[in-house]
Design a protein around this ligand. Sequence first.
Ligand code: SF4
Ligand code: FES
Length: 246
Amino acid sequence: MRLTLKVWRQKDAKSAGHFVTYDAPHVDPNMSFLEMLDVVNEGLIAQGEEPIAFDSDCREGICGTCGMVINGIAHGGLRGTTACQLHMRHFEDNQTITIEPWRARAFPVIKDLVVDRGAFDRIIQAGGFVSVNTGGTPDANTLPISKTDSDEAMDAAACIGCGACVAACKNASAMLFVSAKISHLGILPQGKPERDRRALNMVQAMDAEGFGNCTVTGSCEAVCPKEISLDFIARMNREFGRAALE
Ligand code: SF4
Ligand code: FES
């Protein structure tokens, strides 16, 4: 495959960015999107140019590190798929592909396609945990959990914190992410004692970081590589409302 790439290049957080066009003449359809960028970077390094900076770690869709807007869609638009799991066979030969970083005030660009997602870490620090004394693993039978609850908690826990929901939202809302984190703990008995404090503190931290509000367009759910449901946002609103009243 031969591709034309229009890539956002930005030296650092303070510099203005711009698109640069690259020719990628030897792309194997079986490469992942990030492997394709690796090959482009090898060519740039060979020519003495600065490689394109992008984030990645696991490259198997579980760490949430990778993330870029590909042809205007966070993670590239293949349902339930991260950028690292997107393969070049889903593109056309001679296609032009535009690649940009997440765009949100709370995710400032560090360099090229790399953004600072520390805001998510600070939201988790505000309440995304269960305070218990650690020790030996308790016998599973000592704390029965219904199948419905365990399934729902596991669905929420699938969130990998990639930030695509924020990038896709016109308000840069982080509510899908925060609702998943509040729900996967609050549904289980171990997380219930702190559920009120968790909901209040995490929502407050989310607002303080500058994320916008949800207007239920569903763009977050559409791009989420773990297909986190909008239902969790409704659940978080109920959780927050009850905690605020109490
Ligand atoms: S809710 Fe989905 S899109 Fe948002 S951070 Fe979690 S996995 Fe990524
Ligand atoms: S690199 Fe880990 S999810 Fe993509």
